[in-house]
Design a protein around this ligand. Structure first.
Ligand SMILES: [Zn+2]
Length: 332
């Protein structure tokens, strides 16, 4: 199978934007995936798209101000959005963390920026970035998984970026794992996201904290959060696991096992060559990935489970921007 085609490094640039639930980043990107003047902003989520889009437009305009030379080399713009997106229509179908439904951001941004704008799902663009410039380079069949506040995914099969019939392929976070499990952001129950994303890990951390306090057991988790449940985040649980806290490690073993079970299903279905895992929660590294690999090996069929490699993503916070650049320059 052919590896992913690489966009030409011909001096053209892309105005790249990454719109998350609580952050916005913008940069110019070239064909080699290099970022120029990346800027990141905090966003207050608003169900009013005008409020958010006016911030996107002003950040983009600010980036281009006074850069006449670079503006002349811009081939177009690309934006990754955390939500269900119809890439063909340039429309956000739903973004539960932003509180959006059916927002025609492609046309709005095109009108205000005077550039053609491609819109796609953020996890899909981060996967594209890994396939071309990162940990998935050289693969023709790649699954990308991004674990943060939610869990997103991207899919490349036979060297092609897969979008599906309505543009939403790759939503591995909503693989149903436990009937009647914990509530998920999608309105359903027991999805992978509800079991292994940041909020689930933080909630398990708060439970572990309450147990340790009740039993009078000292722990790294207690020390790190100063016994304050409001301080317990998935990052703090990872820091406690780094210090050897057995409860914190057990939280990642459970989350990793859920992740591995979902990956086993995906591997049996799709037979990817490599799985790239990134996002804030993946910063826990082997605490999460080792149990995921174990469960994957236990549950996946052979050979697909025996040949697939699970690796950490190369890009931490910039993958969506790099992917938005590739999307426009490579016209995927
Ligand atoms: Zn769900």
């Amino acid at each position: 199978m052919p590896a992913m085609r690489v966009p030409p490094a011909d001096g053209r640039l892309v105005l790249a934007m990454d719109l998350g639930a609580s952050h916005l980043s913008v940069a110019l990107v070239d064909g080699a995936g290099e970022l120029y003047r990346p800027q990141a902003f905090d966003l207050t989520p608003s169900p009013d798209p005008v409020k958010i889009l006016s911030q996107v437009i002003s950040a983009a305009r600010c980036l281009l101000t006074g850069q006449r030379d670079e503006v002349g080399r811009i081939a177009g713009a690309g934006i990754g959005v955390a939500g269900l997106v119809d890439p063909r229509a340039g429309r956000v179908l739903s973004a539960s963390n932003l509180g959006w439904a059916n927002v025609d951001i492609g046309n709005v941004l095109t009108g205000f920026l005077g550039l053609s704008v491609r819109v796609d799902n953020d996890a899909r663009l981060a996967t594209l970035a890994e396939a071309i410039h990162g940990a998935g380079r050289g693969c023709s069949d790649l699954l990308g998984l991004w674990i943060g506040t939610g869990i997103g995914g991207g899919l490349i099969l036979g060297g092609r970026l897969i979008r599906g019939a309505s543009g939403t392929a790759g939503e591995i976070g909503h693989l149903p794992l436990i009937e009647d499990g914990p509530a998920c952001s999608c309105g359903n129950r027991g999805c992978l996201e509800a079991l292994a994303a940041g909020p689930a890990i933080a909630a398990a951390g708060r439970e572990a904290l309450a147990r340790a306090k009740r039993k009078g057991i000292r722990s790294a988790l207690r020390e790190l959060c100063g016994d304050d449940p409001a301080e317990v985040t998935s990052r703090l649980v990872a820091a406690a696991a780094d210090r050897g806290d057995p409860e914190a490690r057990a939280i990642f073993v459970r989350a990793g096992a859920h992740l591995g079970a979902a990956l086993a299903g995906a591997v049996n279905l799709l037979n990817p060559e490599r799985i790239v895992v990134g996002g804030g929660v993946a910063g826990a590294g082997e605490h999460l990935l080792a149990p995921a690999r174990r469960k994957l090996a236990e549950r996946a069929l052979a050979p697909p489970g025996g040949t697939v490699r699970v690796v950490a993503a190369r890009f931490r916070d910039t993958g969506v921007l790099v992917g938005a650049g590739a999307l426009v320059l490579g016209d995927y």
